[in-house]
Ligand binder design. Structure first.
Ligand SMILES: Cc1ncc(C[n+]2csc(CCOP(=O)(O)OP(=O)(O)O)c2C)c(N)n1
Length: 577
C-alpha cells in the first residue's frame, strides 16, 4: 500500500508503543507534524524549548519503559535537542528523535540550517540515520525504534522535509519488540563467586540502577549474607526502603555507614552499578566482584577480582540457590549503627527547622517527603536539590526518585516532572528545583504546563546562587566567584504566567504551604522557598583533599576581606558537627 514516508514513521512509532512526541515545529518538520495530526494515535506535546521536551520525554521513557519521540526542526531546533539526548543516553531512556533536515537537493551545500547529523549526534546517539530516499524508510525506522528500546538510549532519524512528503510502498508498518532476554553468567564464574562468598567473613553490597528489577532478590541475598547494602544515587530508590540492611550512599553527597561498610568488608559485591567516583570505592585491600548486564561497566571504575556479565535478578536468584547462610551479624550491626548515628545528625536541621530562618533546605525537603503521597514521583535538579533529595526524601515501593543523575545537567527536574505527569495523570509529580536551573530552562515552559493545566508541583530552592558550585569551589580551596545572582519572586512570576504561586519566607509556614501545593489539582504550582544559601552539605566521609580545600578557601576568603560570608557559613553549619 502506498503512503507518505512521514505516515509510515508515525504508524511505526505508534505500533511500537510511542504515546507522545515532544517538540517544536518548523519548515523541515511540517510533513511529519502533518502526518502526526492525521495519524491521531500519538499526542504532540508542543513545548517552548526543545530541550525541555527531551527532559520530559526522558522521564516518561525511563519511568514507563516505553519509547517516546521528540522532534526539532533543521539546524537550531535540532541543536536544542542535544543536551536532552545526552541525558537519555546516560540515564538509559529509549528516545527516538525526529530531526528535521534540509531538502536532499541541497544537502552538503552549507545551506541555511544545514547540520551534518552523523557528526553532530555522534556522541549522544546509539544509531543515527539520514533518510535520503523513501525506499530506506521502513528499514531505518525499524532499526531506530528497536535500538532505542532494546539498548535503552536515544536514536536519531534525520528526515529531510521533501523525503517525508514522498509516497512509498510499504507492505506493513508492524514492528515486533522482544522482551528483554534473561542474562546469566557462565556456571564456572558463578561457582567461583559462590566460593568467594562462602570463604569471606564479611560481605558488603553496593548497588545501582541495575537492581531496578531485582530489589527483593538483593534484599534477600543481603539478609542471607548479613551484608550491609550501600547504593549509588541511582540505586537508592530500589535498595533503601523497607531494607533492614540499608546503610546509605557513598560519594560526595553520601550519608550513613556505606563508605565504612564497603571499605571494611572482606568482599564487596558491586551489583548493576557504574558508580563514577572511583575515589570512594575501596582499593586492593577489599576483594571486589562486579556483576552487570552491560559488559562495558565491568572494571571500568575500579579493578575487580571477578567480573560477571548477567542481569542482577537472574544472577542473584542463581546465587540464592547456592550460597551458604552467614550467622555473624557484628559487621552488619556496626554499619547499621553508624548509619543510625548519621541519620541522627541529619535530623538536626529537620527538628530545629521550624525555628531557623532563613529556611533550612533539609527541613523543607523532609517536610515535603512526609507530606507527599506514597506513590509520589520526585525529581531533583542537578545542584543542591539532589543532595536534599538523596538525604531527606524517602523512597518506597511505589515512589520514584529521578533526575539527571548520570549526565548531571542542570534544569532537568521541572521537565522531568511534567513528562511524568503526562504519563501518570493525577499522580503527584514533584520537582525540587534550583533557582538557577528554574530560570535557565523551566520558566518558559511553565506556560506549557499552564496551557495543559498539568498539576506539577515545583518547589524552588531560592538561594540566589549556583550554590552547588559555590560548595565545590570552597572544597577546591578557591574563593567563590561567578556563583551569585539575583532571583525574582518566582511565586509572583508564576501567578503572572497563570500558574499558582506560593512564596515561603517563614519556616513556620513551610508545612502548610507545601500541603496547599500538594493538594492543588487545577494546574501547575510554583513554590518559591527562600532558603539558607549558606547551608552546607558535608558527606559522611570527607576525603582529605576536601578538608584541605575547604580550609584553604576559608583562609583565602578571610584574607580577601570576605570575613562576613565565612562567619555566616560557620555560624549556620557549626551546629551540624
Ligand atoms: C547545563 C549545566 N550548566 C552548568 C552546570 C554546572 N552546575 C552544576 S550544579 C550548578 C548550580 C546549580 O544552581 P541552582 O540551579 O541555582 O541550584 P543550587 O545548587 O543553588 O541549589 C551548576 C552551575 C551543569 N551541571 N549543567
Amino acid at each position: 500500500m502506498s503512503r507518505k514516508v512521514a505516515d509510515v514513521l508515525c504508524e511505526m512509532l505508534a505500533n511500537a508503543g510511542v504515546k507522545r512526541c515532544y517538540g517544536i515545529v518548523g519548515d523541515a518538520l511540517n510533513p511529519f507534524i502533518d502526518a502526526l495530526r492525521r495519524n491521531g494515535r500519538i499526542d504532540f506535546i508542543q513545548v517552548r524549548h526543545e530541550e525541555y521536551g527531551v527532559f520530559a520525554a526522558v522521564a516518561e521513557a525511563y519511568l514507563t519503559g516505553n519509547p517516546v519521540a521528540v522532534c526539532g526542526t533543521a539546524g537550531p531546533g535540532v541543536v536544542h535537542l542535544f543536551n536532552g539526548l545526552m541525558d537519555a543516553r546516560k540515564e538509559g531512556a529509549p528516545i527516538i528523535a525526529i530531526a528535521g533536515d534540509v531538502e536532499t537537493s541541497i544537502l552538503d551545500t552549507f545551506t541555511l540550517e544545514e547540520l551534518n547529523p552523523y557528526k553532530f549526534f555522534d556522541t549522544a546517539s546509539l544509531y543515527t540515520a539520514r533518510v535520503v530516499n523513501p525506499e530506506q524508510a521502513r528499514s531505518v525506522f525499524n532499526t531506530a525504534i528497536l535500538t532505542a528500546v532494546l539498548e535503552k538510549g536515544p536514536t536519531v532519524i534525520s528526515l529531510p522535509g521533501n523525503i517525508a512528503a514522498m509516497d512509498v510502498e510499504v507492505e506493513s508498518t508492524q514492528i515486533t519488540i522482544p522482551a528483554a532476554p534473561q542474562l546469566r553468567p557462565a556456571d564456572a564464574d558463578l561457582n567461583r563467586l559462590v566460593e568467594m562468598i562462602d570463604n569471606a567473613k564479611t560481605v558488603a553490597i553496593f548497588g545501582g540502577d541495575g537492581c531496578r528489577y531485582a530489589r527483593d532478590e538483593v534484599v534477600q541475598l543481603a539478609e542471607r549474607l548479613k551484608a550491609p547494602v550501600g547504593y549509588a544515587l541511582r540505586g537508592k530508590q530500589w535498595l533503601e526502603h523497607d531494607n533492614p540492611n540499608a546503610v546509605g550512599m557513598t560519594g560526595l553527597i553520601g550519608y550513613g555507614g556505606a563508605y565504612g561498610a564497603i571499605n571494611e568488608a572482606e568482599l564487596l559485591l558491586l551489583l548493576g552499578t557504574d558508580f563514577p567516583f572511583s575515589e570512594f570505592l575501596p582499593g586492593h585491600k577489599v576483594k571486589k566482584v562486579q556483576i552487570d548486564k552491560n559488559p562495558k561497566h565491568i572494571g571500568r571504575r575500579t579493578n575487580v577480582d571477578l567480573g560477571l556479565v548477567g542481569d542482577i535478578k537472574t544472577t542473584v536468584n542463581a546465587l540464592l540457590e547456592r550460597v551458604q547462610e552467614k550467622v555473624d551479624r557484628r559487621f552488619l550491626e556496626k554499619h547499621i549503627a553508624e548509619t543510625n548515628s548519621f541519620h541522627g545528625l541529619l535530623q538536626h536541621y529537620v527538628d530545629k527547622g521550624p525555628e531557623i530562618k532563613p529556611i533550612r533546605p533539609e527541613f523543607l525537603a523532609k517536610t515535603l517527603s512526609d507530606l507527599a503521597a506514597d506513590d509520589a514521583l520526585f525529581f531533583a535538579d542537578t545542584g543542591t536539590a539532589v543532595i536534599w533529595l538523596a538525604r531527606h526524601i524517602s523512597g518506597g515501593r511505589d515512589r520514584r526518585l529521578f533526575g539527571s543523575f548520570s549526565w548531571a545537567s542542570m534544569a532537568n527536574a521541572s521537565p522531568n516532572a511534567f513528562g511524568a505527569q503526562l504519563a501518570f495523570p493525577g499522580r503527584q509529580t514533584i520537582a525540587l528545583c534550583g533557582d538557577g536551573g528554574y530560570s535557565m530552562l523551566a520558566l518558559g515552559d511553565l506556560l506549557t504546563q499552564v496551557e495543559r493545566r498539568t498539576p506539577v508541583v515545583q518547589v524552588i530552592l531560592n538561594n540566589n546562587s549556583f550554590d552547588f558550585v559555590k560548595i565545590e569551589q570552597q572544597e577546591a580551596g578557591i574563593i567563590p566567584f561567578g556563583v551569585d545572582f539575583k532571583s525574582p519572586n518566582f511565586a509572583k512570576v508564576a501567578e503572572a504566567m497563570g500558574a499558582k504561586g506560593i512564596r515561603i519566607e517563614e519556616p513556620g509556614d513551610v508545612r502548610d504551604a507545601l500541603a496547599e501545593a500538594l493538594a492543588y489539582k487545577d494546574g501547575p504550582v510554583v513554590v518559591d522557598a527562600v532558603v539558607d544559601p549558606f547551608a552546607l552539605a558535608m558527606p559522611s566521609h570527607v576525603p582529605f583533599h576536601t578538608v584541605k580545600g575547604f580550609t584553604l578557601s576559608v583562609a583565602k576568603q578571610v584574607l580577601n576581606g570576605r570575613m562576613d560570608s565565612v562567619i555566616r557559613t560557620m555560624e549556620r553549619n557549626i551546629r551540624l558537627v
